[in-house]
Write a protein that binds this ligand. Structure first.
Ligand code: C2E
Ligand code: CA
Ligand code: CA
Ligand code: CA
Length: 273
């Protein structure tokens, strides 16, 4: 490649050309998908330790592609982010999430919705969210917005939007916490009440060593700052046990429930002491 700012044109390899073409194709398909109703939402429980009572759900989007089947959001969200469709798609996700929350009389106390960097930077975000809550009569206190470090990295408008959301009563969660470049710095600038401790710290927590030390440090930091910590990606009883010993009282992961099309309920067995 010619380096950026070298003044020479960039030399696209055939491979890069192909990828750019694919991205444009998928980007166009995403628009059609939104219009044709190919997206659906799934919900994953966030539970209280040690009993497993469901206190919240996280909303995750799926794309039912007519030819490819289910496409992972890890694939299409970044593309929607780059082509701007995420603003419209994100608004749809929020509406549907609120609709399902109020439609189900047994829905949990709170619902989390992921908001991507481009959505957070959009000047209409706060109004869109406020209007949606009003439309469905969902109290702001029942909504949590999950943002990643990338979304708030640039500071300024994004942080201001978070302050406005918080003023409305909406909770802010820092997602994938600990995986970015300036996580600890952000704790002083981002008005978040929830720390979602990334799965990478949970994965090896039972084998001792660094992960357990870091996960233990993060819960101390969260508690010290008056924040709530949620451990992500809990897959085994052993991990849940160690997390509980470290002081975690909220967790999420396949061990407690996979994302599913219906709102999760607390299994009766999980409530027994
Ligand atoms: P995320 O926000 O960190 O969501 C958690 C991801 O971890 C989800 O993947 C979930 O299915 C997966 N997960 C949960 N528990 C476990 C576990 O125990 N083991 C393993 N291996 N995985 C677990 P998913 O649904 O594929 O979403 C991937 C990412 O795509 C999300 O990461 C989020 O960044 C993005 N995404 C998903 N839905 C939305 C959405 O509605 N809006 C936006 N902006 N982004 C979304
Ligand atoms: Ca999330
Ligand atoms: Ca996460
Ligand atoms: Ca993630």
């Amino acid at each position: 490649f010619a380096s950026r700012g070298s003044g020479r044109p960039r030399h696209f390899t055939p491979e890069l050309d192909r990828l750019a073409h694919e991205e444009a194709t998928v980007g166009a398909e995403l628009r059609t998908a939104l219009r044709d109703g190919q997206f659906r939402l799934v919900f994953q429980p966030i539970v209280e330790l040690p009993h497993g009572r469901v206190v919240a759900v996280e909303t995750l989007v799926r794309w039912e592609h007519p030819r490819l089947g289910t496409v992972s959001p890890a694939v299409f969200i970044p593309i929607a982010e780059r082509n701007g469709l995420i603003v419209e798609l994100g608004a749809w996700i929020l509406r549907e999430a609120c609709r399902e929350m109020v439609a189900d009389p047994h829905s949990p106390e709170r619902i989390s919705v992921n908001v991507s960097p481009r959505q957070l930077a959009h000047p209409d975000l706060v109004r869109t969210i406020a209007d949606t809550l009003t439309e469905f009569g969902l109290p702001a206190e029942r909504l949590t917005i999950e943002v990643t470090e990338t979304a708030v990295f640039d500071g300024g408008p994004a942080i201001e939007a978070l302050h406005q959301l918080r003023a409305l009563g909406i909770r802010i969660a820092l997602d994938d916490f600990g995986t970015g470049h300036s996580s600890l710095t952000l704790l002083r600038t981002v008005p978040a009440q929830v720390l979602k401790v990334d799965k990478s710290f949970v994965d090896e927590i039972t084998v001792g060593g660094q992960s357990a030390v870091i996960a233990g440090g993060l819960i101390e930091i969260a508690n010290g700052l008056g924040m709530t910590a949620v451990a992500e990606g809990v897959e085994t009883a052993g991990q849940a046990e160690v997390l509980y010993q470290l002081g975690y009282r909220l967790a999420q992961g396949y061990y407690f429930g996979r994302p599913a099309g219906t709102m999760p309920r607390t299994p009766t067995a999980a409530l027994r002491p």
